[in-house]
Design a protein around this ligand. Structure first.
Ligand SMILES: [Zn+2]
Length: 223
């Protein structure tokens, strides 16, 4: 894009903001104060997560919020409507929630649940990676997206029958072994945005164990 058209577009947006005050993308009301396009009232509506069964391959599992209508609207925008800017406010709320839950990080290395390169290309970014990166930055902790890769493209887990899910998850991930930069004593903290059955993140943890990681936690924004 040329500099000129960029300035014009920006000007257009500012004029539009003056004429029509910004609306919250969840409740649709015009609001003065938005954070990532969502009003303070809607951010305040996030609810605690339901109980999620911890996959055996994960030592500690922390889930922040319930995937209810409010968060579903936010996540939908974040994942499917090109709104990577939502990663920051989501990470801030998630950080506060983990603190409330008393979750303590122990020599962690943040590793996002990886997306297949084809899906990442299609979307332009991996939402879990953006979330993990922002969270690590807020907490000043190491972020290493290179440790895990998704080497097999899978259909959406929720759309598959049980037996099929297990089969499709086999060999989906590749995880690098600990090395001098990432000692064995470190704990991997796998980060995901939405957890449904826990199978995907459980499988990633299983692959990580096979690669030599001894301590593995997982944190998920919502379930
Ligand atoms: Zn709102």
């Amino acid at each position: 894009m040329s500099g000129g058209s960029f300035i014009l577009r920006r000007l257009g947006r500012e004029v539009a903001n003056l004429l029509w005050p910004a609306q919250c993308l969840v409740c649709g009301k015009a609001r003065d104060e938005l954070d990532g396009g969502v009003c303070i009232t809607c951010w305040g509506r996030l609810l605690a997560a339901p109980a999620v069964e911890r996959p055996k391959t994960i030592d500690r599992l922390a889930v922040g919020y319930s995937y209810d209508d409010t968060l579903r609207a936010i996540i939908h925008r974040f994942k499917f409507e090109q709104a990577p800017g939502l990663a920051r406010p989501l990470a801030e709320h998630f950080r506060d929630r983990l603190e409330q839950m008393g979750f303590i990080f122990l020599e962690p290395i943040f590793v996002p649940v990886p997306a297949h390169p084809a899906r990442r290309r299609e979307r332009g970014y991996n939402p879990s990676a953006l979330l993990a990166k922002e969270l690590a930055a807020l907490l000043d902790l190491p972020y290493r997206p290179d440790i895990a890769a998704r080497v097999k493209h899978t259909a959406h887990q929720s759309s598959l029958p049980d037996g099929e899910r297990k089969r499709t998850l086999k060999d989906v991930f590749r995880v690098a072994a600990p090395d001098e930069k990432t000692p064995e004593s470190a704990r991997l903290v796998l980060v995901d945005d939405v957890v449904h059955t826990g199978r995907t993140i459980g499988q990633l943890a299983k692959t990580a164990r096979k690669a030599g990681w001894k301590q593995i936690d997982a944190i998920c924004l919502c379930a």
